[in-house]
Design a protein around this ligand. Structure first.
Ligand code: PGA
Length: 239
């Protein structure tokens, strides 16, 4: 694992450099995106670089990590809506090449089809990750087998609590989600995990220095051959 500690602004720029490098090398790269507060600065930086014509997503295919079960794509807390508004509408991406798990069609057939679509594109070149306070990556909560592929999950109380800040009431937070599995994530050729802020400090220390265990899903990154962990000073304070 390559652990990089820097300001959130510099992290956005250094992570964007990795996108620039991949896109220069492979303009039709397959990129895995993530939602949450963490990637917002990076997404703003990617939008700026598209506007400055430094990078183009014209030939890129994307796969998102996860989606809430039960939310229409137009719901303002769906991850489809988040991606459209925070990145996709502002870059030169072909909407036909965007993949986000459906939160409405959640049968085994659809879950298998998501894996098949990733495989059909030749696999993910670079997958972006946030990290939950409990160590989840995507919505792979503690205890998820490392061998899991795209599947439906019940969200833990900690995740529902953390995400309730985006909903009017905690009761409105969906209790289930569809997520790429740990194996789906680990199959990506490069991983970029970004952790910002004090609330991530303990779990970042466990992820980087603790044992590799399904109880800390992000700890599996220790086993990945090309994983970057970017942490700001607050998130890195126990390293
Ligand atoms: P956050 O979420 O970026 O909003 O902290 C990260 C996550 O739960 O994976």
């Amino acid at each position: 694992m390559k652990v990089i500690i820097d300001s959130s602004k510099n992290i956005a720029s250094r992570a964007a450099d990795l996108y620039e490098e991949v896109l220069n090398r492979k303009p039709d790269a397959v990129l895995g995106f993530a939602t949450g507060s963490t990637p917002l600065e990076l997404y703003a930086e990617l939008i700026a670089r598209v506007q400055n014509k430094r990078i183009s997503f014209q030939n890129v295919t994307t796969f998102n990590l996860d989606e809430y079960v039960g939310l229409e794509p137009t719901h303002n807390q769906s991850y489809r809506y988040f991606m459209d508004h925070n990145l996709f509408q502002s870059i030169d991406l072909d909407p036909a090449k965007v993949h986000i798990p459906s939160g409405l069609k959640i049968g085994q057939e659809e879950l298998d089809a998501y894996e098949a679509a990733i495989a059909a594109c030749g696999g993910i070149d670079m997958q972006l990750l946030g990290i939950g306070r409990n160590g989840h990556i995507g919505f792979n909560e503690p205890g998820t087998p490392f061998g899991a592929l795209t599947h439906k999950v019940r969200l833990t109380e900690s995740t529902i609590e953390a995400n309730s800040r985006f909903f009017a009431t905690k009761d409105e937070v969906p209790k289930e989600a569809v997520t790429m599995g740990i194996r789906t994530v680990m199959n990506a050729r490069r991983l970029i995990l970004i952790a910002l802020g004090d609330s991530k400090a303990e779990i970042v220390a466990k992820t980087v220095n603790g044992p590799v265990t399904e109880e800390v899903p992000a700890s599996v990154l220790q086993l990945h051959p090309d994983a970057y962990i970017f942490a700001d000073e607050e998130a890195a304070k126990y390293l």
